[in-house]
Design a protein. Structure first.
Length: 171
């Protein structure tokens, strides 16, 4: 089984194995959780953290451009952030902060696929949405919650802090 990272309406689509999807999202969470400053950026990271196959199931955590809650007026900044978290991960080799060793070439390749999906997207491509498609929308008080061990944003899918951390939960 696999997950698809795509901008389907532009015929861009990359299939990534379930286990490599976890490595990719973990790496993006490490990188992006240090970069997110605005509310939208924090929400994006928490939404990404909800794509946890241990919680929601295997092979259903793909991300399409059209699934993202973009705002037309902020699109360029939002796109810069979504691409930037992957570029920063490549520059800083963020995967070295994972609790396991991973193949550097493969993860760098996946981060480049992520960049590829978003880099040609234009504001006209946005599909209007009211919000992210949350499993469990964070309350305002939960937006800044991070794992004290991994310093990544938490989803609200678990009963304990550990269950809500993409990386603690993985172990
Ligand atoms: Zn953690």
């Amino acid at each position: 089984m696999a997950n698809i990272i795509s901008h389907a309406t532009k015929n861009i689509s990359h299939s990534i194995s379930n286990s490599w999807t976890s490595v990719l999202y973990s790496t993006l969470l490490i990188s992006g959780s240090r970069l997110a400053k605005t509310n939208w950026e924090k929400h994006f990271m928490i939404w990404l953290a909800e794509h946890d196959q241990n919680h929601v199931g295997l092979g259903i955590v793909g991300i399409d451009f059209d699934n993202i809650y973009w705002s037309a007026s902020e699109f360029e900044k939002q796109k810069e952030f979504v691409i930037g978290i992957a570029q920063n991960a490549i520059n800083k080799k963020s995967w070295i902060n994972l609790d396991y060793k991973t193949d550097e070439k493969t993860i760098a390749g996946l981060l480049n696929l992520w960049i590829d999906v978003f880099s040609d997207a234009q504001v006209n491509d946005i599909v209007p949405m009211d919000n992210f498609n949350w499993y469990h929308k964070p309350k305002p008080s939960e937006i800044d919650m991070k794992c004290p061990i991994h310093h990544i944003f938490l989803n609200q899918l678990g009963k304990t802090e550990k269950d809500c951390c993409y990386l603690c939960h993985d172990n």
